[in-house]
Design a protein. Structure first.
Length: 231
């Protein structure tokens, strides 16, 4: 044998893939390609929506800064912006002057597109059952307003008596009524009311059946009124 004969490179065998036999093995082996495929499909769907004009650019009114519930809107709080929006969404507001002087029913973050149902007014009861009314209630402990926000369900409890001449009795006069509005000044800090915060004299607005409106509106004159948070 010649001393100058070329040596062959060693042949490295290709690893053999063990056949998968269970669903969990299939998921482990192909989860990365499957994830990439899902992302590509989502991007294609978004491009398809834009191409069809379903999310075309519209000039609508948005909040310039974070706005608390109950704030009265001024021209400096809102502005017109061109943003992608559904052409069939007729609840979007498009006139700044129509909003000036109106009050927000809920807190909205900066950049939120404003709609009618975010404002205090007749539209606040949109979607409520027939016969529902908005009732303002003054809570005896005004500090508790800082723990409540619009959309929460509360029981309204009336406590009568003084423990001396009259026995103290508590009665739930409204069950699980939704809160529509709280004062803008009722701000909480880490879940508790800030000592420096005021609470609009303890007034909140709830949605209730019209048959309960008399009892709720006159509850303050009959005793102590409190709101209990419920699920």
């Amino acid at each position: 044998m010649s001393l100058f004969a070329k040596s062959r490179a060693p042949v490295i065998p290709r690893p053999k893939l063990r056949p998968v036999r269970t669903r969990s093995e299939v998921l482990r082996r192909y989860r990365r390609p499957a994830g990439i495929a899902c992302l590509l499909l989502a991007a294609a769907a978004a491009l398809n929506l834009l191409a069809d004009g379903q999310l075309g650019q519209r000039e609508i009114v948005v909040a310039v800064a974070d706005l608390p519930a109950g704030v009265v809107l001024t021209s400096s709080d809102v502005q017109l912006q061109q943003i992608p929006a559904d052409a069939n969404d007729h609840q979007l507001l498009t006139d700044v002057q129509d909003l000036v002087g109106q009050r927000l029913a809920v807190a909205v973050p900066a950049g939120t597109a404003l709609r009618d149902y975010l404002l205090v007014g007749p539209q606040l009861l949109t979607g409520s059952p027939q016969g529902t009314v908005a009732v303002p209630i003054r809570l005896t402990d005004a500090a508790t307003v800082g723990l409540i926000h619009p959309g929460q369900l509360v029981d309204i409890v009336l406590t009568t008596g003084d423990g001396f001449e009259k026995e103290i009795r508590s009665e739930t006069i409204a069950h699980a009524v939704p809160v529509l509005w709280v004062p803008a000044t009722a701000k909480s800090e880490f879940g508790m009311l800030s000592p420096s915060a005021t609470s609009g004299d303890g007034i909140i607005v709830v949605a209730a059946a019209s048959t309960l409106s008399d009892d709720l509106a006159g509850s303050m004159s009959r005793g102590k009124v409190s709101a209990v948070l419920v699920n």
